[in-house]
Design a protein around this ligand. Structure first.
Ligand code: 5AD
Ligand code: SF4
Length: 465
């Protein structure tokens, strides 16, 4: 990290010999797409003469890459912007990027006077120039959509040790009535298949063996010539790739071709995160999810019939406007029927401008009732997950060691079906594949005892710093 902030000089382009490279710190909130976007921003700025740093203290540029999906995500960021102010030195620049930047635009500049640039998800290419302008004391909001923008020529700076997040599609053409994403990320567009495959080759060359394909409704991927089944087959066949995952699909876009590709490509993992949102057909209709409870169940059955050992996780919203006790009971019963391995559960959060906010005021579910339902759902989902996991004890699975576990000593690994497994510190190193026996469970995570070491260790990419 450079000690001296560079002020009053342009920072884009090749740094002048003898001049310290300006530093950039990016803090990321929200989904994996934001993580991938932050890696692109780092890549763009490093190519423009910056150094990445992993603490905000004294950084020349602090960017906060934000989420707008629920109100609490935004409240947190507003608070954090205030906190980060104390790390700024004279000449430092603070920027806000991502979905909240896109949603609020110039309003961010009014709410946080120390912020100089507000940049939406399609504007990151211009970051070096915007920062140059900010250095001259100007303020900018860049929130135009660019439907051609996939940042193809920007080399992402990856910090994750073993897997690569790869956006394959941006934006969303669904219009779920609760969701702000179509407003913040614009219409759906897919990258060309050959560009994705090129990036996967690069990732392999960096020593990574797992890729996660990202899109808001990733299985509706279509580049004009190829669909998501083609993409899975092409990515899954890249030499050196051992695991392919993707998130998040929409139940309506699971064609037989996609399911067949999942079943037939050995590198595609046996796990699908399949957002359900509600188990009640009438709720799903009001959410404009475009499927019924029965359609969702039929989708699950087709997948399970084709893919043995498939793990399923989901997203569920509690307290959507007008949700009755019976409709909520339908959500509980669908969880019991599907027996999800895990779920992300959310209390409905009204987002300005979405159709849900125009529903009759008397449809609003009181906070206490939402909280009660939420607790019940949590208990149900956790209970099922625990039962599923108990049944797995004694199984032998292949795991990939991802990182040091929370105890600071053991290692945290993942199975192909997305279970978290803690293995002893001497079991191997980050990036290794091992075969372990599931020897214990807390109900949520497993303890694994190594059986045989499967492969030698792959070289790891450079880490942050
Ligand atoms: N309120 C609560 N949860 C929401 N999600 C999206 N929008 C909202 C909202 N307004 C949830 C959905 C989605 C996940 C990413 O976030 O479950 O699948
Ligand atoms: Fe939002 Fe629905 Fe699009 Fe998902 S599919 S991003 S929930 S509008």
């Amino acid at each position: 990290m450079s000690d001296t902030p560079v002020t009053g000089t342009p920072v884009a382009g090749t740094p002048v010999a003898g001049t310290p490279r300006p530093t950039v710190y990016i803090e990321t909130y929200g989904c994996q797409m934001n993580v991938a976007d932050s890696e692109l921003m780092y890549g763009k700025l490093i190519a423009s003469g910056y150094d990445a740093v992993d603490v905000p203290d004294g950084a020349d540029v602090i960017l906060v890459n934000t989420c707008a999906i629920r109100e609490n995500a935004e409240t947190r960021v507003i608070g954090r912007l205030g906190e980060l102010k104390k790390y700024m030195r004279p000449g430092s620049i603070m920027g806000v990027t991502g979905c909240m930047a896109q949603r609020l635009g110039p309003r961010v500049l009014e709410q946080a006077r120390h912020v100089s640039i507000v940049v939406g998800p399609d504007g990151y290419r211009a970051l070096p120039e915007l920062l140059d302008g900010a250095r001259r004391g100007e303020k900018f909001t860049a929130t135009d959509f660019d439907l051609e923008e996939h940042y193809e020529d920007v080399v992402a700076r990856r910090f994750e040790g073993v897997k690569a997040w790869i956006p394959v599609q941006r934006g969303c053409d669904y219009r779920c009535t609760y969701c702000i994403v179509p407003t913040t990320r614009g219409p759906e567009r897919s990258r060309k298949l050959h560009e994705v495959v090129r990036e996967v080759h690069e990732v392999v060359n960096q020593g990574l063996t797992e890729v996660v394909l990202l899109g808001q409704t990733v299985n509706s991927y279509n580049d004009g010539t190829h669909d998501f089944a083609d993409l899975l087959r092409a990515v899954g066949a890249v030499d050196g790739i051992r695991r392919v995952r993707y998130t998040s699909p929409h139940p309506n876009d699971f064609s037989d071709r996609v399911i067949a590709a999942m079943a037939e490509v050995p590198t595609v993992c046996e796990h699908i995160h399949l957002p359900m949102q509600s188990g009640s057909t009438s709720m799903l209709k009001k959410m404009l999810r475009r499927y019924s409870r029965e359609d969702y169940l039929a989708c699950v059955e087709r997948m399970r019939a084709a893919i043995p050992g498939l793990a399923l996780t989901t997203d569920i919203i509690v307290g959507f406007p007008s949700e009755t006790d019976d409709e909520f009971a339908d959500t509980l019963s669908l969880c019991q029927e599907v027996r999800f391995d895990d779920a992300f559960m959310f209390k409905f959060s009204p987002r300005e401008g979405t159709p849900a906010t125009r529903m009759p005021a008397e449809w609003t579910i009181p906070d206490e009732l939402v909280a009660t339902r939420f607790e019940l759902l949590l208990k149900t989902v956790r209970g099922i997950s625990r039962e599923n996991n108990m049944r797995r004890l004694g199984d032998t699975v292949e795991v990939l060691i991802e990182k040091v576990a929370r105890d600071g000593e053991s290692l945290q690994a993942r199975s192909r079906d997305f279970k978290t497994i803690i293995v002893p510190a001497d079991a191997g190193s980050i990036g290794d594949y091992l075969t372990v026996k599931l020897s214990g469970t807390t109900g949520a995570t497993f303890m694994g005892t190594p059986v045989i070491a499967q492969t030698e260790r792959k070289p790891l990419p450079m880490m942050a710093g």
